[in-house]
Design a binder for this molecule. Sequence first.
Ligand SMILES: CSC[C@@H](O)[C@@H](O)C(=O)COP(=O)(O)O
Ligand SMILES: [Zn+2]
Length: 214
Amino acid sequence: MDNKVIQLEQKQRAYAQLTEVKTQFAARGWFPGTSGNLSVRVGDFHPEQFTFAITASGKDKAVHTPEDYLLVDQNGKPVEATGLKPSAETSIHCEIYRLTGCGAIFHVHTVFNNLVSELYWDRGSIPVDGVELIKAFNIWDEEAQIEIPIVPNYADVPTIAPLLEGAMKPRIPGIMLRKHGIYAWGADAFEAKRHLEAFEFLSEYAYRLYLARK
Ligand SMILES: CSC[C@@H](O)[C@@H](O)C(=O)COP(=O)(O)O
Ligand SMILES: [Zn+2]
């Protein structure tokens, strides 16, 4: 098959996956005030060259339009002529793909992820001990103890990306931005969604446990 046809099919598949996830997360109220962004990688991966489909900036993610997504390259630049602006946080997606080679990245702002990112800010990570849902990260140790890393949030988004590499923890497919939200990733959209849902569950658990112990 013609390369162009293959690329068009890959793009359409990525857009369809984004719409499915966007619909489900929107129904849970995970995109308040146009917050959040989603991306799915398209085609081959090389740390210095890759392409991904990402949500356009500032859209109401509970509404579906033909202008919801665009394709960008490893530098976050659109690869096709478009009037759409990629997410303001595209540089974070670029860096996560470059570092992990993952296939999808989902970002949401919720009250629970904001709360725990602040409560555990001084520690630099959110501890979770022995909770069953840790297995969603493919961590099967008995009474596994994990730490979900937290990085600072800056208004100048491109200054956040260089902090990710030093903060990421092996085996933990996500990172918290202080008083901002969670980024979760996976080999594909299915896995990234499972990881994000687990982070949300564990954020609520960590917050409620913190209160219960006070
Ligand atoms: C409107 S508050 C949220 C934004 O500042 C940002 O953090 C966010 O997640 C969405 O930005 P976007 O440019 O639409 O991808
Ligand atoms: Zn955000």
